[in-house]
Design a protein around this ligand. Sequence first.
Ligand code: SF4
Length: 358
Amino acid sequence: MEPWQQLLAGGVNRLEELASRFSLDIAKLRPVVEQFPLRINAYYLGLIQEPGDPIWLQVIPDERELEHDGYEDPLNEEGDSPVVNLTKRYPDRTLFYVTSQCPIFCRFCTRKRKVGDAGSVSAETIKAGIEQIKKDKTIRDIVISGGDPLMMQDEQLEWILSELRAIPHVEILRIGSRVPAVLPQRITPKLCGILKKYHPLYINVHFNHPREITPESTLACGMLADAGIPLGNQSVLLKGINDDPDVMKELVQKLLKIRVRPYYIYQADLTDGTGYFRTSLQKGLEIIQSLRGHTSGLAVPHYVIDAPGGGGKIPVFPQTIISMDDEKIVLRNYEGKLFEYPSSSGAAIPEQKSCANL
Ligand code: SF4
């Protein structure tokens, strides 16, 4: 067994194991994990410092997951699927679900309806997905997802990558993975050697809290970056975990240091049983406002809502345009000061002044 497999095997998958470490009412949690399984690998378990902390909240089952406070498939991924496990929502790209397995099972997961369910994917569905991509010449960009594709065995993952790379109209391959953040030991020299054969290949990682940035995850991201893979981060805004400007600022600044570009902050999807993680939109806007201008633009992600029902990702911004007419636009900067700029090339150049004089 490789070290990362030992960490998985040595983790917690049963409530009894969890109850031997923490004080929990496992009778109440039993129906929760029957609905969405428990998995915390030994590495991630070791990041928990105390019950209720930002690591704990992401992986410990909670009775509130039984509340019906959203949709089973909030993004209507199944409705937008020409074949099972392939979602085509945008004109030129597609999402390809290739595994139900993950390094941990996050309690807020958007795909709780199928993640962790080994029956949700098979060699047949993967082959059917590849055939569909071959047929649909509009697809030039594929997000390989799950579950977590980096949980597959090297040979299986390489087979999928090589099949997709051999399709002439497929230009870009992307992988969505929590592995570098939550089971970084899985990023081995052999895996990097495989991935780098299939460029252009991008990986979107998923860090939610600065405590996930450790010497191990720093090394993993460095190895992927050294393999020439551009890394972007997608965080989910989660109540009590990262819905705080200081926490987010620390996270995005640390991500850049480990060679990961902060890419998206998602407003939490309306997934059934995850309402207790949802924050207000105002909180997300406040966080973006606190980042923009206060730290490098490279560190500021897009704040997006993945529109319920399959409308796709829609960016939301703190208001910067105060007014606009044929002459000028009035803009607000990161400090809240107002500035004028001519709204067309022929318009008069406004006198140089800031809000104090406007
Ligand atoms: S790793 Fe990703 S797909 Fe897996 S449970 Fe977490 S959020 Fe869901």
